[in-house]
Write a protein that binds this ligand. Sequence first.
Ligand code: ADP
Length: 240
Amino acid sequence: GLADDFRVMVERLRESDELRTEFIGNVSHELRTPLTSIREASTMLREDYFKADRDSSEKLLDIISTESDRMINSVNNILEITRLDIAQAVYEFEDADIGRIAEAAIQNTAPIAARRNISVISAIDASAKADREKLAVVFVNLIGNALKYSGEATTVRLSAERIGDRLRVCVADEGAGIAQEELGLIFERYRLGSNRSFEYKGSGLGLAICRKIIEKHGGRIWAESGQGQGSRFYFTLPLC
Ligand code: ADP
């Protein structure tokens, strides 16, 4: 009856309020961690300044750049999820050169790849129906993750294959991989905090954003992996 409906509604509101509070906490944590590293590194740089030890100064500067990149990515993701949530984000589907979008994303993440000595190779030569800007966000997140969760001197490979009326894109890395029981969780929003069954290194926003964007395209996104096998992230797009 009406009273039950009302109770359900109140319960939902309460839950979404809790999620929001938790989310703000997680985001603050995600921003504070790199900021703390940047502050520490710059303090050390200043204190060591007159000793002019070139090597350790370089290392501290590396920390500052890497952590700044991480913060920029987090802030971009936070802005993106807000934008995706506000009313209906407007999508413009066009015949898009997926190879070019991938190359631009590789350029975008090149400084991080260079610092970690990771090569990112794309063999994508295909078009599909896509919103270029939104798809760029997906590529930057997937490549960014591949870099973040891979060891030094590894390779990240991008490829695409036509399957029926879809294009299936793959971003494969040689990193630590993802355990079977985590594969279903990583695309969830607000993952951090609500389920602390594995170690988190971020807000868990990136893949949730990717999923939202790919689903808007009428596609699907998923991951395949095994511990120590690297990870392969796939998504599909409708062909032109
Ligand atoms: P974040 O990286 O900020 O935590 P994401 O939503 O991008 O958020 O990723 C969610 C989780 O999925 C990560 O915390 C990590 O555990 C896992 N993950 C994502 N990409 C990879 C990858 N390429 N290799 C291993 N684990 C990954």
